[in-house]
Write a protein that binds this ligand. Structure first.
Ligand code: PLP
Length: 460
């Protein structure tokens, strides 16, 4: 054993008695580094330009905490910094401070949401918060939900449940329908569910990026002529490139007539539906069988934070429960690892619960509304003579100089992004309908009016 390894003994695990001083020291030291990194964002910008991070791997003997802290610092200072006001590229806002604490608490407790006996209080917390969401969204008492590590998994949980409840688990004719602007992760869901390319049907969108109802009806007729069986239609509440919202009420009518499961991918916009904000098409989500909500994408709940709400929780149980023969289940308590694909799960619900409690409905509305206001300020002042602009009612906007073909847009967006980055603005560059765009996502609470104006000066 080296002296480092001997020294490390006192830092191995928390002590079960005494004052846990070693843990206390390490937590304080970590807090200091993180706080300093946040504050340094002002001079360093959203992303390190010349990252010098060298990744080390474990050796024969453990390293001292001093060595590790210098490596931690190097890792942190080579990371994307979401608190910088120019961090506008993706759906990755600054972390809500209280949710950072939630992650710390979850790590400290190290409870497992697989089983009630491994997370007695947190299992109840997850059930209660999912119920709260269900009621806020207008669902009945039968509704409930489950947390998952990200929107892709929540959507996948919903699709597997939809196919199961249609009795089409093993039917090669089973298909589901999304809009052509739905998120790319549905392709992944398709593969995981053992479906082929032809089992994922994409419906054209209208000029606003919403699923076109005439096209949807044509698609349904074609499926039925081809002998395909639709087990779900997915409406997107907030598309990735322009925040468009599909017409949920109209799609739901079609689903009702044909007894098809309606799933809403509200990964981006679903959280708006629990508020009283007046935004076109965020209501009526209770017409769906299921909805994904990702508070990580705009409220600033630290990653990952996603929940799936279903109108009838029994369907999740019927779909996923296998029984847990090695876990004792007293009094018919539900083991929440039986409600979705994940088994062992971290207590992600703690940071969501704390975030929601800390903000309250007024605070939630303030965070969400301010993001829309920033997008409107930007959009109203972006040169419309110069740019084609694509946006919806939410906080996302994409744009491109008029008349550019794919190659021109490729070069222009590449150069513009580099130029913006030098000025500490990080925005993204999606490939959309065969051209490259610049996209700004205004979910960053630290971005002020003057930052938006500075960005406009670089673009107009
Ligand atoms: C509309 C939409 N759905 C689903 C996802 C996937 O979510 P996640 O990255 O949390 O898995 C995204 C990601 O950006 C998205 O924009």
């Amino acid at each position: 054993m080296t002296s480092d390894s001997i020294n490390n003994q006192k830092y191995l695990f928390p002590k079960y008695s005494g004052n846990n001083e070693s843990l206390f020291i390490l937590l304080n030291r970590t807090s200091e580094i993180i706080c300093k990194w946040f504050s340094d964002a002002d001079k360093l910008g959203p992303i390190p330009i010349d990252s010098k991070f060298e990744c080390s791997v474990p050796g024969e003997y453990g390293k001292s905490v001093d060595v590790l802290f210098s490596e931690i610092e190097s890792l942190i200072y080579s990371s994307f910094n979401p608190v910088h006001p120019g961090s506008l590229a993706h759906l990755d806002p600054p972390p809500l401070i209280i949710s950072i604490l939630g992650d710390l608490i979850a790590a400290g407790l190290n409870n497992n949401l697989l089983a009630h006996e491994l997370s007695p209080s947190i299992s109840i917390l997850e059930e209660t918060i999912c119920k709260w969401f269900s009621i806020k969204l207008g669902f009945s008492n039968l509704a409930g939900g489950v947390a998952a590590s990200g929107g892709t998994l929540s959507n996948l949980n919903a699709l597997v449940a939809a196919r199961n409840s249609a009795g089409l688990e093993t039917d090669p004719k089973a298909v589901y329908v999304i809009s052509e602007e739905a998120h790319s992760s549905f392709e992944k869901c398709n593969r995981i569910m053992g479906l082929g390319k032809n089992n994922l049907i994409k419906v054209k969108t209208d000029k606003d990026g919403c699923m076109d109802m005439i096209e949807l009806k044509k698609t349904i007729d074609k499926c039925s002529n081809d002998g395909k069986k639709i087990f779900a239609i997915v409406a997107t509440l907030g598309t990735t490139v322009r925040g468009a919202i599909d017409p949920i009420d109209k799609i739901s009518r079609i689903c009702n007539e044909r007894n098809i499961w309606l799933h809403i991918d509200g990964s981006i916009g679903g959280i708006f539906s629990i508020t009283n904000l007046s935004i076109n098409r965020i209501n009526n989500v209770d017409l769906a069988n299921s909805i994904t909500i990702n508070p990580q994408k705009i409220l600033g709940i630290t990653k990952t934070s996603s929940i799936l709400i279903v109108s009838n929780i029994e369907i999740l149980k019927n779909t996923f429960s296998t029984g847990l023969p090695y876990v004792s289940t007293e009094n018919d308590l539900l083991n929440r690892g039986e409600l979705g694909i994940q088994g062992s799960r971290p207590a992600e619900i703690i940071k969501l619960w704390l975030g929601l409690r800390f903000l309250g409905m007024r605070g939630i509305e303030n965070v969400l509304n301010s993001s829309i206001e920033r997008r409107i300020l930007f959009e109203n002042n972006l040169d419309t003579a110069k740019y084609d602009i694509y946006s919806g009612p939410l906080h996302i906007i994409s744009f491109i100089p008029k008349g550019m073909n794919k190659n021109e847009s490729d070069l222009w967006t590449l150069n513009k992004r580099i130029n913006l980055m030098k000025n500490h603005f990080m925005i993204s560059r999606p490939l959309f309908k065969n051209r490259y765009y610049l996209r700004a996502v205004f979910g960053n609470y630290n971005t002020s009016e003057s930052h938006v104006n500075d960005l406009l000066k670089l673009l107009n």
